[in-house]
Design a protein around this ligand. Structure first.
Ligand code: NAP
Length: 495
């Protein structure tokens, strides 16, 4: 089995799938499916062929969606959490029935291998189920009073109308991390997916519409991102924006929100280190680092961007890692058994090749790959470079491609200093067989998620988010619901 295939998947793989012809998709505003003249053309990065068109909205359409969401808010927020949870369970079940179709769409618009798209749909379903349960748990508290004749209560209430903006790299599951908890908390939601990958968001909207949520509770927008973003920032109906994407756009949203004090949750860029200590299980560490690096064709915010290996096992680790890399199958993500699909577009391919050239020019050794794969689509050979100098561009910036950069280190102190030597802090990983070191290193790594001997730590029931320039706030876990709730103190005078 490929290292990227999820073991708990129940959906069986078919043989090569037939690709779709051009299809048209609508957006969803105020309980209606809307078609527009102006459309986004969606291109398959494996073939460079357009296969879908999605309608768009202008700024006036965003205003209309916001007003509809405001009208729907009292009924939706006034419902019991249990009832909202039932709606979310219905959405989960509809996603589950349509899982294979949606997985194929993800692969066609994003390029990732179909097995990984199936895993993304499975995780999305699990997020909806998790937040369906969490909907009942927006607990407040009764605080012992400290003034005679008063009683103090703290209640939690939904923030209000929320704008959710999601990226292309995990187009379904990252949208779900906002939509599911916001709906569970009692907020009404406008989702704006990335223009590269809007189709699976339309499928999500279809599941939500068919689950019969009241009109106005959920809207799907597409179109010019700054126009939509500006309306969300400037219209006082929108009380919060939950954004996942680049640090650059995150900073623009911070600037915009400064004018209106719109609340922000930000899931931004990463530069994850993997530290492999000499006392680690070498085989497990090489396999784990391989998965962390090459999953999603390297286009993950939690991908291994820098792999630090302790000198006594440096050569042995590289040998094991390169041998495993050579076995990865590259190809159109719709083909069974493919491990490495196309990167998202030509620009991503050129940027990745630029990182490799820069590192090699500065003295890194190219051990595998390093070139474009095939002559159609946007494929890069899985690439391994070692002895990467600390001043290489790929040490500072997100590679976001199947390029593994390996660095030697001599001591725990040096490894931690280098691992933390970045303005990002989303995820970090370490491999060690020493329990004391595991605890020490986990506590000192500056990241929102730390995987110790674990290459895929993200899970519905635990918080996910970044420190430093990787963002503000947390998604998933109990914190995921919390981020869509306001806190209110009620002081009651009694006779
Ligand atoms: P991006 O360019 O920042 O785009 C993300 C989303 O923001 C898209 O929907 C985009 O729409 C929209 N957008 C762009 N400019 C906007 C503006 N001025 N106002 C409002 N919305 C705007 O990021 P990306 O290239 O899609 O994603 C890759 C980045 O996301 C990487 O840095 C990665 O690390 C980060 N990421 C972080 C996490 C996390 O959880 N921390 C998870 C995944 C990815 P259009 O597509 O229409 O332009």
């Amino acid at each position: 089995m490929s290292p990227f295939q999820s073991k708990d998947l129940t959906i069986e793989a078919n043989t090569i799938h037939k690709e779709r012809t051009m299809e048209e998709y609508s957006i969803y505003i105020d309980g209606e499916w809307i078609r527009s003249e102006k459309k986004i053309r969606v291109v398959n990065p494996a073939t460079d062929d357009a296969f879908a068109e999605v309608s768009t909205t202008d700024r006036a359409g965003v205003t209309r969606a916001l007003e509809s969401a405001r009208r729907a808010f009292p009924q939706w927020s006034g419902m019991t959490g249990m009832k909202r949870g039932d709606y979310l369970l219905d959405v989960a079940s509809r996603l589950s029935h349509r899982a294979e179709e949606i997985a194929r769409i993800i692969t066609m618009e994003n390029g990732k291998p179909i097995a990984q798209s199936r895993a993304e749909v499975s995780m999305t379903i699990d997020h909806f189920r998790w937040f369906a349960e969490e909907a009942r748990r927006g607990y407040g508290r009764v605080v012992p009073h400290q003034a005679d004749g008063k009683r103090n209560f703290v209640i939690r209430q939904p923030v209000g109308v929320v704008g959710a903006i999601s990226p292309w790299n995990f187009p379904l599951v990252l949208a779900a991390r906002k939509v599911a908890p916001a709906l569970a908390a009692g907020c009404t939601v406008l989702l704006k997916p990335a223009s590269q990958t809007p189709v699976c968001a339309v499928e999500l909207a279809r599941c939500i519409a068919e689950a019969d949520l009241p009109a106005g509770v959920f809207h799907l927008l597409a179109g010019n991102s700054s126009e939509i973003g500006n309306e969300l920032l400037e219209n006082p109906i929108c009380r919060k924006i939950s954004f996942t994407g680049s640090t650059e756009v995150g900073k623009q949203l911070i600037q915009g929100a400064a004018r209106t004090c719109t609340k922000l949750s930000l899931e931004l860029g990463g530069n994850a280190p993997v530290i492999v200590f000499a006392d680690a299980d070498l085989e497990a560490a090489a396999e784990g680092a391989l998965i962390t690096k090459f999953r999603n064709t390297g286009q993950s915010c939690v991908a291994a961007n820098r792999i630090y290996v302790e000198r006594p096992i440096y050569d042995a680790f590289i040998k094991a890692f390169v041998e495993k890399t050579k076995k990865l199958k590259v190809g159109n993500g719709l083909g069974e058994g493919v491990d490495i699909g196309a990167v998202v577009n030509r620009q991503a391919l050129d940027t990745a090749l630029g990182f490799v050239n820069d590192a090699v020019t500065r003295g890194a050794r190219l051990l595998h790959g390093g070139a474009r794969w095939g002559d159609k689509g946007n494929f890069l050979e899985p690439t391994v470079i070692a002895d990467v100098p600390d001043d290489a561009l790929c040490a500072r910036e997100e590679i976001f491609a199947p390029v593994a950069a390996i660095y030697p280190f001599s001591s725990e102190e040096e490894a931690l200093r280098k691992a933390n030597g970045t303005e990002f802090g989303l995820a970090a990983y370490a491999y060690t067989g020493n329990v004391s070191r595991a605890v020490r290193v986990a506590e000192r790594l500056e990241a929102g998620t730390v995987g110790i001997n674990d290459s895929v730590p993200t899970t519905s029931n635990c918080p996910f988010g970044g420190v430093k320039q990787s963002g503000w706030g947390r998604e998933l876990g109990a914190e995921g619901l919390d981020s869509f709730l306001e806190t209110k103190h009620i002081s009651l005078g009694i006779a």
